[in-house]
Design a binder for this molecule. Structure first.
Ligand code: PMP
Length: 304
């Protein structure tokens, strides 16, 4: 990873190498952290953060689920993020805000520990590779089920959920695939390890409903809005594994993964095994929006 100049830590900009935590940090032991991820894109009007406020509101919502009190408002975090991108002089970057219980008392109860907040930014290219964005990736249906809200709250973007994601990702990579697709406890398609999923069948887009137990993705929401705007029908319904196998097109969405086509799932070629036409159209529109080339969606951009 390439270092940036500064990291925002508890209200101050500190040098990259100085942003350290104690080994007794509660979150390191008990995964008591919530985080989010945001991309900043180069536009003709300078760097712009995509749906910044929505991401920081989700960070606050994740904390609320865990009754964690973030000592900075959404607005204060927005200003801090913009300031960080400015001082680091980025034209494009990825941003990771994280709130976590720090160091004071050990034991599962986190409440005696201070809530610390950091915002980190760094350069990060295509998460699933440029080749993946262009030609699609190969996915494996994971043997690791996505936890449902009786086990861990899927609507919180909490570090605790990523133990499950890490196991699924490792399994997929160790079996020679690029990414895992996880089913929920009902056996329906839920999400990738860090992405939501869409399929296309006879021109209609399908993505799982909230009840399927995936994170409510901001990219997923953006794709739904864009697709409807482009005259497409989008249906939120449970998707079975075999519906995914038989889809004409499939793709993953996420801040890191952007819109990444899926070309194969468990040895079944999806559609023609290339980026589908609808996927390509949505991907092109999405990148135009992110790069400030679409007047209609300028309100999704927060200029730095
Ligand atoms: N699901 C999971 C498990 C994720 O980690 C992410 C990435 N934040 C997503 C879905 C996609 O969400 P978003 O589009 O808001 O980045």
């Amino acid at each position: 990873m390439e270092k940036a100049e500064k990291i925002w830590l508890n209200g101050k900009l500190v040098d990259w190498d100085e942003a350290k935590v104690h080994v007794l940090t509660h979150a390191l032991h008990y995964a008591t952290a919530v985080f989010d991820s945001i991309r900043c894109y180069k536009t003709p009007r300078g760097p712009a953060l995509f749906r910044l406020k929505d991401h920081l509101q989700r960070l606050h919502n994740s904390a609320k689920i865990y009754t964690m009190k973030i000592p900075y408002s959404v607005e204060e975090l927005c200003q801090a993020t913009k300031e960080l991108v400015r001082v680091n002089n980025f034209s494009e970057c990825y941003v990771r805000p994280i709130a976590y219980y720090g160091y004071r008392e050990m034991g599962v109860n986190p409440l005696a520990n201070p809530v610390e907040v950091a915002i980190i930014s760094w350069r990060w290219g295509a998460y699933l590779g440029e080749e993946g964005l262009e030609n699609g990736i190969r996915c494996k249906i994971s043997s690791w089920m996505r936890p449902d809200s009786r086990m861990l709250p899927p609507l919180a973007k909490a570090s605790a959920n990523y133990g499950n994601s890490v196991l699924a990702k490792l399994e997929a990579l160790q079996c020679g695939y690029d990414e895992a697709i996880q089913l929920n406890s009902q056996g329906y398609v839920c999400e990738g390890t860090g992405e939501n999923i869409f399929i296309v069948k006879e021109g209609v887009l399908f993505t799982p409903p909230t009840e399927a137990g995936a994170l409510e993705g901001i990219t997923q929401n953006s794709v739904i809005t864009m697709a409807q705007d482009m005259g497409m029908t989008v249906i939120r319904k449970n998707i079975s594994r075999e519906e995914l196998f038989l889809a004409d097109e499939a793709f993953l969405t996420g801040t890191a993964a952007e819109i990444t086509p899926i070309r194969e799932v468990d040895e079944r070629v999806i559609g023609r095994g290339v980026k589908g036409e609808i996927t390509a159209a949505l991907q092109a529109r999405f990148f135009d929006i992110c790069r400030g080339k679409d007047e209609k969606y300028l309100h999704w951009l927060e200029f730095v």
